[in-house]
Design a protein around this ligand. Sequence first.
Ligand code: DC
Length: 214
Amino acid sequence: MRDRLVIAIDGPAAAGKGTLARRLAEALGLAYLDTGGLYRAVGLSLLREGGSPDDPQAAEAAAKRLDPALLNDPELRGEATGNAASKVAAIPAVRAALLDFQRNFASNPPEGAKGAVLDGRDIGTVVCPDADAKLFVTASLEARAKRRVKELREKGIDIIEETVLQEMRDRDIRDSQRAVAPLVPAKDALVLDTTELDADAAFRAALRFIETRN
Ligand code: DC
């Protein structure tokens, strides 16, 4: 394997990217960046200020003065934040404002790391097109919505499955059909469909692929 390894993981919400990215980072001694957290932080700061995630100027300003403390905020993972994130993510100036931070993390990972794993929607296509290995993790809408409902119920949040499914469908459409950096697999990505694949099997398949690429 090369000295510094960059792994790009993309895919829709609740497909299992985060779990896979964390496991790969730990197994390979790499730093991990959840890039969705950056878009979520922009969405959350707008919701808190009473601004609209559809307002390009307010969203750009929020991206430019991103407060890193928001990345650890308990509301970061909430559904309202996820929806606001998906809206601000369609604004080109927001994406441009977050690009340098992500590229810098990939090329200069924190001390001690042998490289980086980034997960998001456009890592293999836009942020790190030269990544050593690219994975596209997906699953059926129904399977992803069920996982999200289970996760939320485990946290004590009572939620109607149909609502989660509908919001996830809207988010998929917004993320895949936007004009800039839409969610699409990179041409050289390994597509992992986790509808029927458990986390261990996905991890093993990803490791095998990374070994063949390096
Ligand atoms: O992965 P997530 O659910 O935390 O991401 C939240 C939103 O952020 C997602 O709906 C689209 C956007 N996003 C993006 O456009 N590009 C990325 N690299 C990561 C996330």
